[in-house]
Design a protein around this ligand. Structure first.
Ligand code: SAM
Ligand code: DTB
Ligand code: SF4
Length: 356
């Protein structure tokens, strides 16, 4: 392959340089989209989108100071601190998410890190959600090796822990934990055999160099994250980043496209921020290689598009949800089972009435 931005299926790069990623950002948009779409097609069916539903199982009261976050105790955002939800209530939400067409259920907790006493409770939640036939994901903050192993043993498939931004912009956003802490957690997650979900946020006042730096940090991890959530900052009143300048939507599309090129076999998730995006902008993101979304009316504490709007968008764009857990493959081209794809028909009317 003469073009290094379109690697052969076997050659995943972990030696990207920031200048190379910046050069991709600086391509004319049609050229960047063309390259990203070509890479996307080498590895995935571009009509398939992985669909995850989020639930905040422990909301608010967090001791950390992440400048974007409505759940940090120290900011007056109107988010009340709540205790860990009961397992029964979590499982009921997971059941509804599955009925609405989600294939993965992600449980989030506003913790710096779980305490020893939290792990058995979360383990039961994971096991019961998994028993519904859903893929499981959790995002609970920093994780020790022992905690990662306990979650794996409970049936956890994915752990979400974001790098959030470039190493050289991190100090502008978070002071209560270090970049290295995040890298350590990701190592514990990988060592436990969990799949990693790791990405970041754009629109926090960072420069294009910082955005390239975030993608560089992600792509040069020892293994590309299985899922790469790209969040556009949801501005919440009371957080330090409320009132930040809005990111140019085309720059967001560029971020998705460069993520797709740098991490060709990862699911690139068009993550937080979709509620404020037009259908046309989301369509461009899918064209640029995004192939995963959060589905259901709420993210953790903020809004997400109504399921009806997403169903209509999927129908208009001819997109179909991936159902990895049921057909035994991970959505990649050439994966076992990839020939006989089964789709949850989330556009089927009986399911439409059941909101996640
Ligand atoms: N407390 C855990 C942690 O920080 O790892 C898990 C939950 S935390 C809310 C998960 C991720 O949500 C953060 O790393 C951040 O990337 C994203 N996030 C939080 N608030 C956001 C916002 N206002 N806009 C976009 N993304 C946000
Ligand atoms: C991720 O990268 N984005 C999700 C998920 N991982 C946990 C969270 C987005 C949160 C947006 C703000 C909120 O709803 O509180
Ligand atoms: Fe706490 Fe996570 Fe929010 Fe940071 S992002 S304040 S760790 S809930």
């Amino acid at each position: 392959m003469s073009d290094p931005a379109v690697p052969a299926a076997a050659s995943l790069r972990h030696d990207w340089r920031r200048e190379e990623l910046l050069a991709l950002f600086e391509l004319p948009l049609p050229e960047l989209l063309f390259r990203a779409a070509a890479v996307h097609r080498q590895h995935f069916d571009p009509a398939q989108v992985q669909v995850s539903t989020l639930l905040s199982v422990k909301t608010g009261g967090c001791p950390e100071d992440c400048a974007y976050c409505p759940q940090a105790q120290r900011y007056d955002t109107g988010v009340a601190a709540q205790k860990l939800m009961d397992t029964g209530a979590v499982v009921e939400k997971a059941r509804q998410a599955k009925a609405a067409g989600a294939s993965r259920f992600c449980m989030g907790a506003a913790w710096r890190s779980p305490k020893d006493r939290d792990i058995p409770k979360v383990a039961v939640m994971i096991a019961e959600v998994k028993a519904l036939g859903l893929e499981t994901c959790a995002t609970l903050g920093m994780l020790s090796g022992a905690h990662a192993q306990a979650l794996k043993d409970a049936g956890l498939d994915y752990y979400n822990h974001n790098l959030d931004t470039a190493p050289d912009y991190y100090d502008s956003i978070i002071h209560t934990r270090q970049y290295q802490d995040r890298l350590d957690t990701l190592e514990h997650v990988r060592e436990a055999g969990l799949k990693t979900c790791c990405g970041g946020i754009v629109g926090m006042g960072e420069t294009r160099e910082h955005r390239a730096g975030l993608l560089l940090a992600l792509a040069n991890l020892p293994a590309h994250p299985d899922s790469v959530p790209i969040n556009r900052l949801v501005q919440v009143a009371g957080t330090p980043l409320h009132g930040s300048a809005e990111l140019d939507p085309f720059e967001f599309v560029r971020m998705i496209a460069v993520a797709r090129i740098a991490m060709p076999r990862s699911m690139v998730r068009l993550s937080a921020g979709r509620e404020a995006m037009s259908d046309e902008l989301q369509a461009m993101c899918f064209l640029a290689g995004a192939n995963s979304i959060f589905y259901g009316e709420k993210l953790l504490t903020t809004g997400n598009p109504d399921t009806e709007r997403d169903l209509a968008l999927f129908a208009r764009l001819g997109l179909r949800p991936m159902v990895e857990a049921e057909n035994g493959h991970d959505g990649h081209r050439n994966a076992p089972g990839a020939g006989g794809t089964v789709h949850a028909d989330i556009t089927e009317p009986a399911r439409c009435g059941q909101a996640a």
